[in-house]
Structures are given as C-alpha cells and as structure tokens.
Design a binder for this molecule. Structure first.
Ligand SMILES: NC(=O)c1ccc[n+]([C@@H]2O[C@H](COP(=O)([O-])OP(=O)(O)OC[C@H]3O[C@@H](n4cnc5c(N)ncnc54)[C@H](OP(=O)(O)O)[C@@H]3O)[C@@H](O)[C@H]2O)c1
Length: 331
C-alpha cells in the first residue's frame, strides 16, 4: 500500500480514506490539521492507530510519506500542492486543483521536474457508470448531436451565507461559487466525452460576495452545443441528456450520476443497467494507485490532459462572466 498524508478533516477526507481502505490502495500515515484536537478526533472516528499528526504544514511535508491527498478549500490547493511537490510528494488534489490555468501550468511543470504524480480528484469520471456513458457515446458517435447537463443543488452552507457568515465555498478568497464547485463536474463530462470545445460562455447569477450562486454555461463544439445549468442556491430535478439524433441518453444528474435510461423516438424509455460502486471514491483511489504502481504513463498523461483542459475552460468561463478570484490578483 502507498503511504498517505491528508490535508482536511471533513467528510470528504473521511470518504476518501474509507475508499482507500476498501480498495487497499493507500494507507493513512499522516494527518495535517490546523487543530490537533480535530485531527485526533478524525483519526479516532476512523479507528486508525499510530497516525502522525501535524499542525505545521512545513513540518508535515518534511515527514516520510509518499502521497498527499489535499481536500482543503479550493483557494488553498495551489500553494499546498506546490509545497507538497517541492517536498517530492505525489499529489492527489481535490477538484478544482487550481484557481487559474497559470497555477495549473506551474504545478504540472513542477511535478514533472520532481518526477512525482499530480492527480486532480475528479471522482465521477472514474466511476463504472461514467465508463458506461463513455462506451455509449463512443458507440453512437456518428449520431452525437449535443448534450444538456444539470447540477443544481441547494447548499447547506447557503443558509450560513444568508445568515451573514462567510462560508469558504461562497467566497472569492477560496475560489468558490457554483462553477468551481459543481460546474467542474459537468465540464469534466463534456471534456472526457466530447473533447475540447471551441468556445466557452458563462452567464452567472452573482451573489453579493462576488461568486456565482448559479448560472448557465455553453460549450460550443464544431457540430453541436453542450448546455450546462449549475447552482448552489436552488434545487433542480431536471435530468441531464446526451442527444444522438432521434435517441437520447438520460442521466439522472450531470455530476452525481447514479442512473441511466435510453429513450427512443417513440418515447420508449428503457433502463440502462450499470454497475454501482460501494463508495463513489473507490474507483479513483483504485485508478490513481494503479497508475502509480504500474507506472502507466499513457493513462496519467490522459488524466493530466483532461485536468489541464477543464481548468482552462473554468477560467475562460468565469472570465466571460466577470467572476474575479483573489487568486487572479496574485497572478
Ligand atoms: N470529490 C467530491 O465528491 C467532493 C465533495 C465535496 C468537496 N470536494 C472538494 O473537497 C475540497 C474541500 O471541500 P470542503 O467542503 O470539505 O471544504 P471546507 O469544509 O471549507 O474545508 C476543508 C478542510 O480544510 C480545512 N480548512 C477549512 N477552512 C480553512 C481555512 N480557512 N484555512 C485553512 N484550512 C482550512 C479544514 O481542515 P482543518 O480544520 O482540519 O484544518 C477543513 O476540514 C474542495 O476542493 C471541494 O471541491 C470534493
């Protein structure tokens, strides 16, 4: 198993550790938290023993472990990933890995120089259900005629925002908002399934904090458009769809995909059987570990290319909408 340090002590980190336990890929050895008590309670809840706890990030990166999983607020990813790479750690960083394409380019170059892996944790593209979608798209590629993806979910943190608190995910300081939090999944959908679009346009509904609460994103491809609806301030139950002329593949959601149906021209809708994962992060944990242990350069290059394209589209989209992050000023 690959030794693992983590940054972040939230439910998503817990989910990732559980996925590494199930897949027997990474073994948790080190935890960084700003608070020792929080780190202790985190490892106790997971029933982990002999874990090294650090509240000093520089000291944490000097420790002897192989890979770091970074699940801090988006705006901290770049500096933490950079520091990790400079200390020769492999990096798995939560989506979106960076706030700007410039940051992504720096990390990519640095990872190459230090001969370490840099993975963006876009968990859903590794799940069996996504592989099934990719298979269907490849089979019907000649009829492919566009898509609509929807991922709009009322955030529990929006209540805190409205109450005048300042949750990280609704701040420009931490590169928050609907596009960077949920839109990233749907941009991955488009990039992995259809490739790089020719034109990107985002129309955002702004919150007073400067981030987008919701919005509509259009990705233009040579022969079709992909229309995307995202939001963190309301709930949508619209299904997502991929069009193949007369036939349509229905996805229950654009980011959190758990069910597929196929609809024909006569409105016959049939269930598309798909394998399910026990934990949505199993597949990515398995794939990252596999790439590292088998030194599968071709698969790694493909993931890096997806991440680079997605990060570029995210920046183009928010620039078109006029969303400015604090990270832009540091350019
Ligand atoms: N792949 C998925 O399915 C998925 C799902 C949810 C979230 N995510 C991603 O995971 C990342 C974390 O999201 P989250 O909602 O868990 O974020 P969060 O609650 O704002 O923060 C995550 C962790 O970062 C640390 N942290 C919080 N505020 C900080 C601050 N001001 N300065 C330094 N450290 C701080 C905290 O750890 P300590 O208190 O221990 O220091 C906390 O546990 C994001 O990039 C998000 O996009 C991915």
């Amino acid at each position: 198993m690959i030794s693992l340090g983590i940054i972040g002590t939230n439910w998503i980190t817990e989910q990732f550790i559980k996925a590494t336990d199930i897949t027997k890929t990474f073994a948790l050895t080190h935890v960084y938290s700003r608070t020792e008590a929080k780190a202790k309670s985190f490892v106790e809840d997971l029933d982990k023993k002999n874990i090294n706890i650090s509240t000093d990030l520089t000291a944490f990166f000097k420790e002897d472990f192989d890979t770091v999983y970074i699940a801090s607020p988006n705006g901290l990813h770049f500096e933490q990933a950079k520091q990790a790479i400079e200390n020769n750690k492999n990096v798995i960083v939560e989506k979106p890995s960076t706030s700007t394409i410039k940051e992504f380019t720096i990390l990519e170059k640095l990872a190459q120089e230090h001969d370490v892996y840099l993975f963006e944790a876009a968990r859903h593209i590794h799940e069996p259900i996504f592989k099934k979608i990719a298979e269907i798209v490849a089979k019907h590629r000649d009829e492919l005629s566009g898509a609509t993806f929807s991922y709009m979910k009322y955030s529990s943190r929006y209540d805190a925002y409205k109450a005048g608190k300042n949750p990280n995910i609704f701040t420009t300081r931490f590169s928050g908002g609907a596009l960077y939090d949920l839109g990233v999944y749907t941009v991955y959908d488009a990039v992995v399934l259809f490739g790089q679009p020719e034109k990107v346009d985002y129309d955002a509904e702004f919150l007073a904090s400067g981030v987008d609460g919701s919005g509509a994103l259009t990705l233009k491809y040579p022969n079709f458009d992909v229309n995307i609806i995202i939001g963190k301030t309301k709930n949508s139950y619209m299904s997502s769809e991929i069009y193949f002329g007369r036939d349509t593949l229905l996805l229950d959601n654009g980011g959190d995909i758990s069910h597929l149906d196929w609809a024909d021209d006569n409105k016959n809708i049939t269930d598309v059987p798909t394998p399910k994962s026990e934990n949505p992060m199993d597949s990515e944990a398995h794939e990252f570990a596999r790439i590292m242990t088998e030194n599968d350069q071709a698969s790694y290059d493909k993931l890096l290319q997806y991440a680079r394209t997605v990060n570029r589209i995210l920046e183009q989209a928010r620039t078109s909408a006029g969303i400015v992050f604090d990270a832009d000023e540091e350019k």
